[in-house]
Design a protein around this ligand. Sequence first.
Ligand code: FES
Length: 991
Amino acid sequence: MQISLTVNGTHHTLDTHPGELLRTALRRLRYFSVKHGDETGESGADAVLLTHTPDQPTSYRLVNSGVMLAAQAGGAAILTVEGLSGPRDDDLHPLQREFVACGAIQCGYCTPAQLLAAKRLLDTNPNPSEAEVREAIAGVLCRCTGYLKPVQAVLRAAAWLRGDEPPTFDLAVLDALDGGEWPTGDGGSDEDRDGIDPLDGPVSGGTDIQTRTRVMPAAVAHPQTAVVNKPEHKVDAVKLSKGRAVFADDMELPGMLYGGLLTSPHAHARILAIDTSRAKALPGVHAVLTYQDVPRVVYASGGQSYPNPPPYDQVSLDNKVRHVGDRVAIVAAETPELLQQALDLIDVTYEALPAVLTPQKALAPGAPIIHDEPDAVSIHDAGRNIAVHIHVEHNDVDRALAEAAHTYTSEYHVQQVQQASIEPHVALSWWDEDDRLVIRTSTQVPFHVRRMVAPLIGLPVRRIRVVKPRIGGGFGGKQEMLIEDLCAHLTIATGRPVRFEYSRAQEFSSARSRHPQTLRYRSGVDAQGKLVGMELEIIADAGAYGTHGLTVQMVSGFRGLSTYWLPSARFVCDVVYTNKPVPGAFRGYGAPQALFGLEQHMEEFALALAVEFKRRNWIKVGQEMPMAEVMGEGREGFAQTIRSSGLEECVQEGAKAIGWERRDDPAWKTDPDRPHIRRGLGLALCMHGTGIAGLDMGAASIKLNDDGSFNLLIGATDLGTGSDTVLAQIAAEALGMDLEHVLVYSSDTDFTPFDTGAYASSTTYISGGAVLKAAEEVQRQITRHAARHLLPGADPDLLWLEGGQVHSPDGRAVSLETVALHSLHQADQHQIMATASHMSYVSPPPFAAQYAEVEVDTITGQVTVQKLVMAVDCGIAINPVTATGQVEGGMVQALGYAVCEEMVYDEAGRLVNPRLGDYRIFAAGEVPELQAILVQTYEPSGPYGAKAIAEIPMDGVAPAVANAIYDATGVRLRQLPFTPERVWNALQAHG
Ligand code: FES
């Protein structure tokens, strides 16, 4: 059938069929800003504005093009983000301009739909309240930003459009602790700060809005820097605001096939037979592959290091399934509809096996053995379903606890949650003109993918190129070689380009998640309240495969036993197979689990004296982290000493912002008009890592161009965090150039140097270190060439780069353009460029104080978090806007972990909430007031004093909320999430 559509003012006549979705049709017309987030419209990423009466501008409605048939849109006028402004970068709609300026775009996958939702609002309501803005964009889920900056951007754009002066904002960024000596200090020691007041700051603002007007920063640059420590716009923000075709799926290849996965309906079963004949017989189906068709190569899917941490317990396709959602067969077909038909026609005969869904049952004598295959490698005890066993000890814990003045033991449970990035896993693969396989994929680890996929598909690394375009969020879920082997198998089988994507249900059941754990802390103190030893025992649920099982749990042990200084410590852990979907890497990587237990354990131990008890024992500048050396992260560890910490200042600043003294005010804690409501405040301290010591490595290449601009090539992977921008700022600072003249390209295994990838909060610190080294070498080459040829008589060691010029102390200067042209064309001709690598044997921890304010409804058990404040010591913030964006978005993601998110199974091991709506991630109208405070220290080992910030916001919300609930009600909740049912039951049990 034929339909006509007007899209962004252009008329289209389109052949379609009755089942085609409007989203598919629009993308066929190359309106790639229209995204796939799910199949039910709950993500909102597919939203467009549509009307059948285009002569009435206010008649446009926001519709989900992924649940609407193209045929239903026949005759309609549609607006996508491509039509919001002209094609040029400097031609932006006020909404786009403010999204760029406010830092409202992280990964940018939700941005086109958010912009359209905001436009629809402003077209009908030019002066909306904040609540109306939140309501208007509530149908477009964002997993990155926490919505604060997008809401600010809409409010500012509304003011511009009305002709009003938009509100000005400041940014809560504190100067580096050493004041005028930046960057020579180390953040000082706690001993230096004995005079700091206890937690008695004034009540903060008393605002009744959720979005504090503290987003647009005043310039916070330190006088010694021009680009670093400044709120530069993200280098990719404009193209993301315009909805350009930058994501993995935003391209059409001639002859491209649609690839898809048939998954297991059983939690545990053996495949007795697969009949693919009916599927293969369908015209337009080009490949149906099962375990009989692909080589059996055992591997571990976690993209972490070489060699991959054990166990090696997966193959591309197997004759046994170990969880609902496990791989059974793959298909390539000419259309999405044919693909689905073919998947439905595959006839599988299963022998159902008994399944175990909890580690306790999996460990019980006689439990079914999940990995009984003979070729799995390095499983600790397959007969007992133990994937990994860890036992690490520092000094004599038993003796320390036996001699302690007091000991305390407590146990905690954390649930399985999903990363839920709005862009699902998606990959495209094709043969290029040199008979090499290109894989364009949404991954955090392109170099690991290339290395890991090679043996599975039987190609040498040199015949594989992995391209990482923009990524629509990852949060650890894309730190995995997850679908690339399947996509590649189909291209190899068909010779055709293949696009392979997970559905939202497959994201939940066939991708990765966070490890559930049971944690038992036991600790002892001396008579002065100093910790003398601590033991942490963890039983972790690995699900069906052991990927990241060792390393996530090692981080749990390390964070659990290093945040406070311990003379003795022991970590014992079993990572146990079950027949559930597979946990892996998820932002925080073991720390959120450990700190949920630890930050309650410490409070329970000390009760009213908790803050003082923590202060007495938290790790301080100059102290060693003994567990770093004995644990490492799945391999050799290295001795480490704390060299910078702003934890005391974080505690103080956060206390002021949350109004901590209200904890002691009975009148505040109850509400005479609502006597069933109790209010409380909670605190959790956080310490994270900055890369993996001795393991993470990054490299960068910088090249000078004819006009004095630079190409910066990095293997680092920006998954929405702003790392491309931060790395460009580091280069620009060192090269004395503005950000506009540094052109960033990341990452492509053919063209950019190696990088371990985006994980472990390593990019600013490790990849940034490589960028700084490369920039310094380029700087040396420039000054030498200038001194020799263009500034005769000058001492190259006394020249410096600033404002796009090489300066001499005698007042002479020459532009970088002149140096470039001269070096390329005139004398001593050579390309000024450098490549540098960087790794580190230390992982300097960022620190943070996370505060939460809650209301507990004692009748319903509903916990309402009113406000979250996180004060973070991230070293020097290279970009305060992207840094606060990380904190805000991280806190909201962590709030989901605390109060509502959980993967729930029925007795057969089927996930009962594999949709975004049922799983429930926060929408714009549901988040509490957020405040991020950057407490800057100077980390001497980091580029320009930087440490990490990406993961620590995930760590403290759950324990802070738990401690706030206790403060409000006297009830201690040791199991996540704090659903009304769980809280109500605890309140009833408490009496
Ligand atoms: S910026 Fe919204 S999903 Fe990433």
